[in-house]
Design a protein around this ligand. Structure first.
Ligand SMILES: Nc1ncnc2c1ncn2[C@@H]1O[C@H](C[S@+](CC[C@H]([NH3+])C(=O)[O-])CC(=O)[O-])[C@@H](O)[C@H]1O
Ligand SMILES: O=C(O)C(=O)Cc1ccccc1
Length: 241
């Protein structure tokens, strides 16, 4: 279904929430809003195929409709790995359940309607935060990252995809303008772009690449690689030694 959530003028734009209305248009919304989303999902499958270890878990943290879980399951060479998809939006989890069932993945799969800040994490070879950390309160990000690093087996990976901000004001406004041009070209009006921007203002808090690198290093990731970037969106591969 087409995302028209912010198409009509609103007297008051309230904070963005992952409710039933958003879940019902989510595939269209994310594809038209996040440059490279399809490529990133496909490559998460490639990362899983390369880094998954037999007998371990693969966590999709903030799984929404399960796109990353599906991509991993489709390319996983091991049948004894468990896929764990976690999201605290009941609307997302409900729809993901049907989509994942229809996909007929062959590996064991757990879906959890839980907060990623408190969900159990252990014996992981792959963890994915695909545009999720940006919604976690700033004060909770370090502790979550430390818990993810702790849960990974040696050689395990985290794929961290985020909207980012730039220290330099001119650079930041150019990258934001390019992102808006991308959305315009995908059929969003200036009104839709501006109302959505207001809705996510205090909900999606982007950080700089430098801040992400520091947090990953402090959490115990030895090597961090930028493997994708387009405008103010990027994805990192972080490897635990
Ligand atoms: N504390 C939290 N605990 C659990 N879930 C959370 C939390 N905070 C936010 N979420 C969930 O994180 C997801 C973020 S969307 C991820 C896309 C997906 N990864 C994809 O690859 O398609 C990204 C976006 O919409 O920009 C939503 O489903 C929230 O409910
Ligand atoms: O739409 C935007 O401007 C974004 O930054 C991406 C996004 C995608 C889906 C939900 C919230 C934000």
């Amino acid at each position: 279904m087409k995302d028209r959530i912010y198409a009509e003028p609103r007297a008051q734009v309230v904070g963005f929430r992952f409710d039933e209305q958003v879940a019902s248009v989510f595939p269209d919304m994310i594809r038209r809003s996040v440059p490279g989303y399809g490529t990133i999902i496909d490559m998460i499958g490639v990362f899983a195929a390369r880094y998954a270890r037999p007998g371990t878990r693969l966590y999709d943290l903030g799984s929404s409709l399960g796109a990353a879980t599906l991509a991993m399951g489709a390319l996983l060479p091991h049948q004894d790995c468990e896929l764990v998809a976690v999201d605290n939006s009941a609307a997302m989890i409900e729809r993901a359940e049907a989509l994942l069932r229809a996909a007929g993945l062959t590996q064991p799969l757990q879906q959890r309607c839980e907060d990623i800040r408190s969900t159990e994490l252990s014996n992981a070879s792959v963890a994915v935060l695909n545009f999720t950390l940006q919604f976690v309160p700033l004060a909770d990000r370090d502790a979550l990252m430390a818990r993810i690093a702790e849960a990974l087996v040696p050689g395990g990976i985290l794929v961290l995809s985020e909207k980012i901000r730039f220290e330099d004001a001119a650079e930041d406004s150019l990258q934001q303008a390019l992102h808006h041009a991308f959305k315009r070209n995908n059929g969003y009006s200036d009104l839709e772009i501006s109302q959505k921007r207001t809705a996510i203002e205090n909900v999606l808090i982007p950080e700089t690449l430098a801040t992400h690198r520091q947090r990953l290093q402090a959490a115990g990731f030895d090597s961090v690689h930028v493997w994708f970037r387009c405008f103010n969106f990027m994805s990192l591969l972080a490897v635990k030694a």
